[in-house]
Design a binder for this molecule. Sequence first.
Ligand code: HEC
Ligand code: HEC
Length: 378
Amino acid sequence: MNRVLIGLAICLCFLLFLSFKSVNFSSNEISIDSLRAIYSKPSNQWPKPTIDKVIIYEELGALPSSPINLNDDSVRKIVELGKTLFFDPRLSGSGKISCSTCHLPNLNWTDGLKVSVGHKKAENTRNSPSIENVWFAKKLFWDGRANSLEEQAQFPLTSEIEMHQDMKVLPKKLNKIKGYKKLFADTYGVGKITNELIFNSLAIFQKTVVSTKTPFDLFLEGDKNSLTNQQLEGLHLFRTKARCMNCHYGPLFTDNEFHNLGLANYGKVNQDLGLYNATKNPKDSGKFKTPGLRNVMQTGPWFHDGSVKSIDSLMALYNMGMLVPSYTLAQLEDPLLPKNDRLLRGIMLSKKEINALVSFLNSLSSKPMEVQIPKLPN
Ligand code: HEC
Ligand code: HEC
């Protein structure tokens, strides 16, 4: 008799344990009121995200400010000069293309195209990324081939399909423009314009290009009604079931790393092996930089090749764990065969959950920062 009772008690405990365990904050089991209460706490008390053990993540957070101190007069002069250069088409070989041709301030500093169009209407193979918050990036370009903004500028300047400029000619060209000679002299106290000073000015200016506060930031600051119920569900899904936070984490929603989402077009004419091009390490084949997600709803078409035009298609891809292309036997032996990132899973979200996730992405949108388009010197 006693044994039967003990047995029953153990069963009961086990059932209780199971029912507690299943209250694991998945959004369809938790009421929206509790979700709001939980997420209204400081973010270090939010539920643990669904993240693989290998990942050392940082919690999502408020928009950080640019590291450039605009209260310093000498810095502000460099920023103004860099801005002028950024908008000046005379930096290109043809005199027609400026940095701002493909990074337009009113389009969140991208160009709205699938792939960019440059010198003599040449098409790029890649989509123009936004340069908002670019100061935060550890490596530049989709394939990380530049280590700093100072180093980055010469790529578009010299590229035949972008600005097609000869770097030996550029400083001579600018030295002939009186207004620039004066600007550089005022800013750097030197008589001669050099490529280094041009790169430095462009870099410092770009480090001031940031996004502005979003409803998500206001929510973090304590305005608990700035996220709708649906957005709140989306935030929870983003951090948990949808697994987005395995790669898009921290205040700028990026791990600053490179991953393979199966978008290398391996074996096709438009093959792009991404990070491998920069490192020549076969294990980097097909990896691309994780973009931040602030204003991402404004910067489509998406992915490094601009291949995805609608957010529904993008979500459908993630929902099935991205496409795994089929290969021939010979290709399977190729050390450069790109392998999809193990962090990707079929996440099996319902249509309602996808809508919530997209709604959350919309809460990361904000107006582009205001810029006065500079007057170009003569
Ligand atoms: C013809 C269009 C075009 C022009 C002109 C252009 N860019 Fe870009 N920019 C792109 C594209 C496309 C990429 C992505 C290329 C890649 O990853 O290989 C890019 C990438 C960048 C990045 C890297 C951003 C990141 O997150 O990694 C920066 C910074 C940048 N451009 C700044 C500039 C500056 C400064 C100039 C002017 C000197 C300039 N661009 C001119 C199209 C352009
Ligand atoms: C394994 C890491 C990883 C995971 C998990 C992940 N992403 Fe990404 N995400 C990336 C990388 C890398 C890219 C760029 C890939 C490329 O262009 O080749 C990207 C691109 C994107 C883009 C397009 C950005 C642009 O500027 O073109 C969006 C939107 C996006 N991810 C949203 C999400 C959402 C929502 C989730 C969760 C469902 C998610 N991501 C999960 C790594 C990841």
